[in-house]
Structure formats: C-alpha cells, structure tokens
Write a protein that binds this ligand. Structure first.
Ligand SMILES: [Zn+2]
Length: 421
C-alpha cells in the first residue's frame, strides 16, 4: 500500500530548504554541528505541503538549572524545539480562527471547541535518530518481520522486545550508543538495554528531561498538542509520518522506540489512540551541519515557526534562554523564549480572554485567568491528565516527574517587569 502522503525525501528537503533561507545568526559555525527537526503540514485537497515549524539544537539543561517561573526551556533538543515551535504556530492559527480569518482550525459553536480541518495532516522530520531507545539496534530482530502498513503488526522483533523488555543487553558490536541514561538503580547508567525509557544524554548534572525517543512515543499516544491546547481542541493531533534523514538510522529500532515496545500493552481510550505512523529513512538528503567528530555541537537552539514576521517567528537560545539578554535580565521574562512554558501559558490565557465561552465551559472567571497557576490550567485538561496517568502506569512507569514547585507559577507572578513581554 503506498503512502497517501508526499515522500519522506520531499518533506525533508522542504525543511532543509526552509532552514537554508533563515538568517545566519544562531546557525552552527563551520566548526559546529547540530540536529534539525521540522514539521510539515500537508493539505490533501490542495496536494500542498508547507513547513510550519523548525527546531535546531542538541542541548539540555541539568536539574539544578530548572526554573520555577517557567522562563527557561529545559530541553533544547531539535525534536522538542520543533514541537514547541509547532505549538506557537497552533496558537497563532487559533487566534486567526477567533478573528474569523482563514485558519487551519474551525470553531464549533455548538460543542465549544476548535477542530483541525480534515484535509490537514502533520509530518515530522529530523536529521538524526532520536536520542534514547531508537538509537539502539537489536540485531537479533528478524528483518523479514517488518510489518506491512495494512496488516496488523505481529513482529518477531516486537515479541522479543516484549518478552525480554528491558533485559536484552546487547553486545558491543551491535550497539550504536544512545548516550541517554537509564533511570533507577543500575551499575552503569549507559547500558544499552532495548525498549526502556531514559533521560537525555549529557555530562555532569543529570537532566530530568526524557529522551526524544520517549517523548515522540508519548506524543504518539496522547498527541503533540499537550495539556493546554488539548482543552481547546476536539481531538489530539498526531504526526502521521516520521522521516529521518540519516544513513545510520535503523527503521526497526525507531519503530520499536515509537510504538513497537508497547505493542503488548493494552491502552483503551475513546479519545487517545496509540498510533502507528509511517516511518521513512532517507539517507540521500544532505544536511549541511550534520554531526561530525571533528566538530563541536552548536551551543545554540534555533526555533522558527510559520507566523508573521512582526511577531518574531525566529528565536535563538543559549542554555534555554534568549540569546543576547544581559546578565541582569537573565532570570526575567525578557530572557524567556516565546516557546517557554511561561509564554505558551500567556498565549493560552490570551486565547481564553478572546474566547470567553471557554471560561464559562471550564467554570473559571475572567479575573481568575491571571492568577491561576500553570498546573491548575493543565488540570483543566482532565481527560488528558487521566489518560497521561494511565499511559504512565502502562507504558512509562519510570517517566521522571519535575518538582511540583516548577509547575506552580502564574502569569502575574512574572509580570513584575512588563517591558518586552
Ligand atoms: Zn534528543
């Protein structure tokens, strides 16, 4: 069965070309490398593809640097930046729908939610294998057993993963080291077990951020929209295809990491459904800034999304903050990226103000909008939180939880200095 979507090579090329058109600032120098991830929106009616979000970066901050005001981005891996850029794009499109302008979303006045237009789908692209489980090749899997898209998968590979879940320790010859770290009591945190969850790679101060394999796997069940946007939409938004332009990517390993390792787990939910996205590997797409042992990883994060120029579609970051902010302002809202928790919460609150029907639906007064805390807003998404609780106990028992005080900021607590907000 052929894919109803454009070829992975084409989607990847669109992302690489878009990245090329961005200004030089924040891009790797000739002594640096980075990873690029992107999201393409495909319109089935018009047969049109367009890049709507890009993220480039390789860094993740340690737990000691986490910010209780939601101002600092913990995780600046390309995959995570691209998804956050996509959220900014979604907010801008929701705003257009509210203003009755042409938008990817439509308002349903009867049911009080927004619906994504049926003809649209989203496609994920990355120039590297996601860190964590997808990097580990298990040669004992049978190549013959690769599923066909129209057949319910029954994989020798996945059966093996399920049987020996978390126990299959690979020989050195079979390993492409993920660098991501195991969670819990292990003599060597870098052991290459297959199918288990991990935190992100990095030296020193351990991060609380999960590996990109685990995050992609989570989005594959709950959607990419996250808790806040979930409250405004009728259903989750999933990536329909995943394309990796890297000759070292192994399709079987990626498939296992995204959904294969959970195939024996039951997860029944009316709204959230574990997906089996199409996975493409294309090794003939050349990214200019690909990882090179002779080069250093770029310290910058770069985020772009398809929104008007006057609202800053490009942002460059260092250590999860905007590049170029003075040391004096480095812990203020001015240092925060538009993709930070704080700014995305601000976008959410502005949307609720513009669409008071939601306040009524959620039972909150307009006055409360500014003082409710981040975690209280996230808890409005009751269905999402219940499903996430179930996903965690069924799939991701070892998913790290961030300290509660990192979730209890509100917009008003940060509005001490309103300039530049
Ligand atoms: Zn990663």
């Amino acid at each position: 069965m052929s894919s109803p979507y454009p070829a992975g090579e084409l989607l990847a090329e669109l992302c690489l070309n878009k990245f090329d058109t961005l200004p030089k600032t924040g891009k790797p120098t000739n002594k640096e490398w980075t990873i690029l991830a992107g999201v393409v929106q495909y319109d089935e009616n018009r047969k049109e593809s367009k890049v709507v979000a890009l993220g480039a970066g390789t860094k993740c901050i340690g737990r000691s640097k986490l910010c209780s005001g939601g101002l600092i981005l913990n995780d600046s891996h390309a995959e995570v930046l691209a998804r956050r850029a996509l959220l900014r794009y979604f907010y801008a499109e929701l705003r257009k729908a509210i203003e009755n302008k042409l938008s990817i979303f439509q308002w349903n006045a009867e049911k009080l939610f927004f619906t994504l237009k049926r003809e649209l789908s989203f496609h994920f692209i990355s120039t590297q294998t996601p860190c964590g489980d997808a990097c580990i090749e298990d040669e004992s899997c049978d190549e013959e057993s690769i599923e066909t898209p129209n057949k319910k998968p029954k994989l020798v590979c996945d059966e093996l993963v399920q049987k020996d879940f978390g126990k299959t320790l690979l020989n050195d010859s079979e390993v492409v080291y993920t660098g991501a770290k195991l969670i819990g009591e292990h003599s060597d945190l870098l052991q290459q077990f297959v199918g288990v969850v991990r935190t992100k790679p990095g030296r020193g101060d351990r991060t609380l951020s999960m590996s990109c394999s685990d995050k992609l796997s989570r989005w594959n069940v709950l959607g990419v929209q996250g808790a806040l946007l979930d409250t405004l939409l009728d259903k989750p938004i999933y990536f329909e295809t995943l394309t990796f332009c890297c000759s070292r990517s192994n399709e079987k390993s990626i498939r296992r990491a995204i959904y294969g390792r959970w195939l024996d787990r039951q997860f029944e939910h009316v709204k959230y459904k574990p997906q089996k996205p199409l996975i493409h590997i294309c090794d003939n797409t050349k990214f200019k800034y690909v990882e090179d042992t002779g080069k250093q990883p770029s310290p910058n994060g770069l985020v772009w999304c398809d929104i008007p120029v006057n609202v800053n579609p490009i942002e460059i970051s260092v250590n999860g903050k905007r590049q170029g902010v003075t040391a004096k302002k480095s812990n203020s809202p001015q240092a925060a990226l538009r993709t930070s928790k704080y700014h995305l919460l601000l976008e959410y609150v502005e949307l609720l103000k513009a669409k008071p029907e939601f306040c009524k639906k959620f039972g909150i007064t307009m006055e409360k909008l500014e003082i409710l805390k981040y975690n209280e807003f996230k808890n409005i998404a009751e269905e999402y939180q219940n499903a996430w609780g179930k996903v965690k106990s069924d799939y991701f028992q070892q998913w790290t939880s961030k300290p509660q005080h990192l979730q209890t900021f509100s917009i008003v607590t940060q509005k001490t200095d309103k300039t530049n907000l």
